[in-house]
Design a protein around this ligand. Structure first.
Ligand code: F3S
Length: 754
């Protein structure tokens, strides 16, 4: 049902010729990453060598996946494109909006009620435009993708940072913003800076308490949260081939924690087993025919230093279980050193909650290994001291592990099984606590552990480890417990030891599920109505942005001169605002509220030039809009860094800002501004930033002859009657200038002009 075999056949039929062409052009053997990238070029066969870390290249991804929080704006934009169907297979997964409170059944019922309008909207859009829809409770996007859609040698984008999870099955899978997803669904190329390559050679074989999670916890310690930025991490070596496909997915998933573009493993027997085990034997058969192209070349792996920009080697036979944290995933502790670290740093040693599962670690292997420890607790009369929760990644996994008795085992130690959803991983956790001000510790098998991520409480010290270690520590209720060396006292007063965890990579009786929670789209969606309540506070259909009026921009008022860092979070804050992601007008009430006003050093306080009063940025901008007066935002270096969140570009455009003038842009944000029809320009001389005064009225000249590489002119009319002007740069190409003139890229797409 859920995969598109013809699409995969097409990808594989092109593989050989494109890889051969790439080798001729590049003139050397290729890594797996290069093979997949060069075989997914938008223009077909490779004709030039791309410079890693420099060249911007257009790609043709095979799939798009979206989670329910980010899908809302992506799909609202897609509807603007006027296309009858999505151009590539795409899916939506309802996983982020379910709050964990009591347990799976109750929590899911509440979510279905609270989020009904969002689910109805997403379901109807999917039905109309040909997207697969995974209902609330079906599972977490990345686990569902791994089970149904990921395939070796493929390329996908997803509107979630842990999209790289699919790299466990040999797919280049990259997290993007909704605007990029919209472009690809509308049939356009997707641009990526050709990544640098980090090779991780895995030797040896894991045993005992060590699991795949420990590989990435170790790598995070080596590379830190920034070490993978702009890079794809490729794993290889005999150790890699010894890991299960789901273990590999865990490693790729958490590549996001080192900032990597994505991570990938080559196709091998474990990948084949997993494909067959998840009812995709036909894909395994196809993959076997092109096997040689689904891993890097032997010469590359024999001399990795010659072909990768950086190489790390890890011996799995010597790898200890790790615990990372608190507050950052790169603070890596081998378990033998962890107890001392807890004492030295005075972290709360009492463990209050252990949480396993999530998209990162809820495979059959993870669950069975954790359950083997839970069973020991029962058998050895141990009382589990900490609270314990289990979040299955999908209904397929949940149903199968329930059938095989593992959920019962968890319940015997007081475990609470939560819905197949993100829940505590993304702060959707109504944690009950007697005293939120108390410093406390939790440990999870999730991926992120920044302050407040799980329960919103800055006093919570969150640590990350494998499900096995989480379970052992939850049984002990003590962060300083090392299950490899320490004993516990049971209810009879006896000293007992936990044996090494045992598990199964895949179920002996096979996976099973009664209702996976999938809704296929209508064959012909033209008659399907998209459901949006006009009174909704969470959803609003988009109206096209107006086209450029054809003249220079005169008489703009300065809305804000932002000082210092201005990230997408400063421009469009997250937290409580996330619930308005599908409602452009409501979410625009957070526009630039985190930016520091250069003149007052305050946030969310700017001068309204019409009244002389200071007020919040969004309200002030709305006042200018009501008076039909355009405005300009001035910013500092690297304006818009952070995420690819398209709201940061859409909100100013929606509220009537006409120009963003900065010292420099973060590139993704600059592109997002261009897509939304905003004029984004940079000071030719950054020192001109100092010329902008609070009461300036500003003109932009040169737009009637707007052309690539040609500077524009900014004229400042100061309050004292003096005038100053200076040149500004832009990076618009011909196509992007057309976007600007049309009012947005989507306006052109809708008019079928691109
Ligand atoms: Fe969800 Fe956490 Fe994964 S938010 S998608 S379970 S990283």
């Amino acid at each position: 049902m859920a995969f598109d075999i013809e699409m995969i056949q097409k990808v594989y039929s092109n593989l050989e010729s494109r890889i051969e062409a790439a080798k001729k052009v590049v003139g050397k053997p290729l890594t797996l990453t290069e093979k997949i990238l060069y075989s997914h070029l938008w223009n077909g066969n490779p004709e030039e060598v791309y410079t890693r870390g420099t060249s911007y290249v257009d790609f043709a991804p095979d799939r798009v996946a979206m989670q329910d929080a980010t899908a809302q704006m992506a799909l609202l934009q897609f509807m603007q494109a006027g296309r009858p169907q999505v151009a590539v297979p795409s899916t939506v997964h309802c996983d982020h909006l379910i709050q964990a409170k009591i347990g799976a059944t109750e929590d899911l019922a509440i979510a279905n009620n609270t989020n009904k309008e969002v689910y109805d909207f997403l379901s109807s859009v999917c039905n109309k435009y040909g997207l697969g829809f995974w209902k609330p409770g079906a599972g977490i996007i990345h686990q569902v993708v791994l089970e149904n859609y990921a395939f070796p040698g493929g390329m996908m984008i997803g509107t979630d940072s842990h999209t790289p999870n699919a790299g466990g099955l040999g797919m280049i899978a990259i997290g993007v913003g909704g605007a990029d997803a919209c472009d690809v669904m509308a049939g356009f190329a997707w641009e990526l800076k050709f990544p640098k390559l980090i090779g991780v050679k895995l030797t040896g074989k894991m045993s005992g308490w060590t699991s795949a999670k420990d590989v990435i916890l170790k790598v995070a310690g080596v590379l830190t949260v920034k070490g993978g930025t702009g890079c794809i991490v490729e794993y290889f070596g005999e150790g890699a081939r010894s890991l299960s496909a789901t273990g590999k997915a865990t490693i790729c998933n958490m590549g996001a924690e080192i900032g990597a573009t994505t991570s990938i493993f080559g196709y091998d027997e474990k990948a084949e087993d997993y494909l067959r085990g998840t009812s995709r034997g036909d894909i395994a058969d196809l993959a076997n025919q092109v096997k040689a192209h689904l891993t890097g070349d032997d010469e590359v792996y024999a001399n990795p230093e010659q072909y990768f920009d950086q190489v790390i080697e890890i011996n799995l036979s010597e790898l200890e279980p790790h615990i990372n944290g608190p507050f950052t995933p790169d603070l890596a502790w081998p378990i033998s050193k962890f107890a001392a670290a807890v004492k030295e740093h005075n972290w709360p040693a009492k463990l209050e909650v252990g949480l396993i599962g999530s998209c990162t670690n809820s495979s059959y292997e993870d669950i069975t290994r954790a359950a083997s420890l839970a069973q020991q607790a029962v058998d050895k009369d141990l009382l589990t001291k900490a609270e314990y929760t289990v979040t299955p990644g999908s209904e397929l996994v949940r149903y199968t592990v329930e059938r095989d008795g593992y959920l019962d085992t968890f319940e015997k130690i007081g475990g609470v099984v939560l819905a197949n959803a993100c829940g505590p991983c993304i702060g959707q956790w109504a944690r009950h606590t007697d005293d939120p001000a108390r410093r406390n510790s939790i440990i999870t098998s999730f991926n992120r552990n920044f302050a407040k991520r799980n329960d919103g409480n800055p006093n919570t010290h969150a640590f990350v480890a494998s499900p096995e270690i989480v379970t052992a520590l939850a049984i002990a209720g003590d962060l300083t417990f090392n299950p490899l060396t320490d004993t516990l006292v049971n209810q009879k007063g006896e000293s007992v030891r936990l044996d090494e965890p045992q598990g199964l990579e895949m179920p002996i009786k096979g996976y099973a599920v009664e209702d996976a929670g999938y809704q296929a789209p209508a064959e012909d969606g033209s008659a399907v109505n998209v459901i949006v309540d006009e009174a909704s506070s969470r959803l609003q259909l988009l109206a096209p942005f107006p086209a450029w009026e054809g003249t220079d921009l005169k008489g703009l008022r300065l809305l804000i001169k932002a000082k210092g860092k201005c990230t997408t979070d400063h421009i469009s804050m997250a937290g409580p605002w996330l619930k308005f992601r599908g409602h452009i007008d409501n979410i625009s009430n957070n526009m630039l509220i985190g930016a520091v006003n250069y003149f007052t050093e305050q946030t969310d306080s700017v001068k309204n030039q019409l009244t002389g009063e200071y007020g919040p940025v969004p309200a002030t901008q709305r006042a200018y809009k009501a008076a039909n007066i355009g405005t300009i935002v001035v910013g500092d270096e690297n304006y818009g860094e952070g995420s690819s969140r398209e709201h940061a570009a859409m909100e100013p455009r929606h509220l009537g800002v006409r120009v963003i003038l900065v010292k420099s842009f973060a590139r993704i944000h600059e592109t997002n501004l261009k897509k939304q029809g905003m004029l984004g320009i940079t000071f030719a001389d950054p020192a001109d930033y100092s010329k902008i005064q609070e009461n300036d009225v500003i003109d932009i000249e040169g737009l009637t002859s707007f052309a690539p590489g040609k500077q524009l002119k900014v004229v400042l009319h100061h309050e004292d009657g003096k005038t100053e002007s200076f040149a500004v740069n832009h990076t618009y190409n011909e196509q992007q200038i057309e976007w600007f003139k049309a009012g947005a890229a989507l306006n052109l797409i809708r008019m079928n002009k691109i």
